[in-house]
Design a protein around this ligand. Sequence first.
Ligand code: IPM
Ligand code: MG
Length: 401
Amino acid sequence: MPGAHLPQVQLKWPNPGSNEPPSIFNQPRILTMATRKLLLLPGDGIGPEAMGEVSKLIEVMNRDGNAGFETEEGLVGGAAYDAHGQSISDSDMELAMAADAVLFGAVGGSKWDDVPYEVRPEAGLLRLRKDMELFANLRPAICYPALAASSSLKRDLVEGLDILIVRELTGGVYFGEPKEIIDLGNGQKRGIDTQVYDTYEIERISGVAFELARTRRNKVCSMEKRNVMKSGVLWNQVVTQTHKAKYPDVELSHMLADAGGMQLVRQPKQFDVIVTDNLFGDMLSDVAAMLTGSLGMLPSASLGAPDGKTGARRALYEPVHGSAPDIAGKGVANPIAMIASFAMCMRYSFGMVAEADRLEAAIAGVLDDGLRTGDIMSDGMKEVGTEEMGDAVVARYRAAA
Ligand code: IPM
Ligand code: MG
């Protein structure tokens, strides 16, 4: 049975046993499309190597299964800066806006430490998120059984772990204005960032969290800092109201974000869906990711609002890991997070449920076979490089056809 190796859910399509996506991901237009337009943005560091393994897979799927993927490639991050002095060019932004989905590798590296702030590699990713209005970032943290021993926590705390962090992605302190360093004129400067949230932003992200919870274990924990931040007070109120008005059947709890971080490492399995703001979500998702054994394993999806007419959403899929410049170009990076991000893409953007299940099962199967890249290596396993890992996943995927 496809997916049989996976822990209970949630790289999986959220309605077990059914081909029906939950309403918020219902995209009938795309389900019947002949071509599927993908923009690949490999970026920097290990991004291109990891993306290379996805490209292989896309070729195989087009050839064997008439998947109809059409790919274009663009530059982002340091690679874009080196080519044209911007972290993403306007023409690549246009391609991103026109694509059915964007696959993103990673950006950044010490090579670009001194480039102007506005064109630093990360700015390309932030522009994509903002201009595509990708407000909902889904970061599943799942502990594959084969990797439970690689976690920094004890096996029984993480075995079967299946959390979904829903991070607000286009607001908060990342984008709030003013955002500047001003000269106070007395030898002092002042750095300012602005944490700001409006009602609608909190409503729509909590709506996504509640809807997803309904397809899982039906629990949402909202995290903010209402004890020190006005934006936290409003966050708490709006989540509570949204829950009462539209999702009273879902179990809702609230935690201060610092306590939430502590609980994540104390007893992670108490959580189902966590909904939180942009900055807390950034930090908490790295913590959650590490519980699973390696950052190299975890995919993410960033989604916009559905189009009123077609129901299609803008979407970008990226691994949670960064560009890892220290191992870039050596052929040792773990491509699994990138491949699993492509599985999320098939699931959420194209309704390719069976294919996504098969791909996730192939990943789990390769891990069961004992193949490991360096980041997840343990005694008695076989250490392989990026390409060998990618080939093994492709082979298992094909074999399960
Ligand atoms: C992430 C990353 C980004 C973020 C960086 C690269 C801008 O850490 O996606 O978690 O802070 O959001
Ligand atoms: Mg981060």
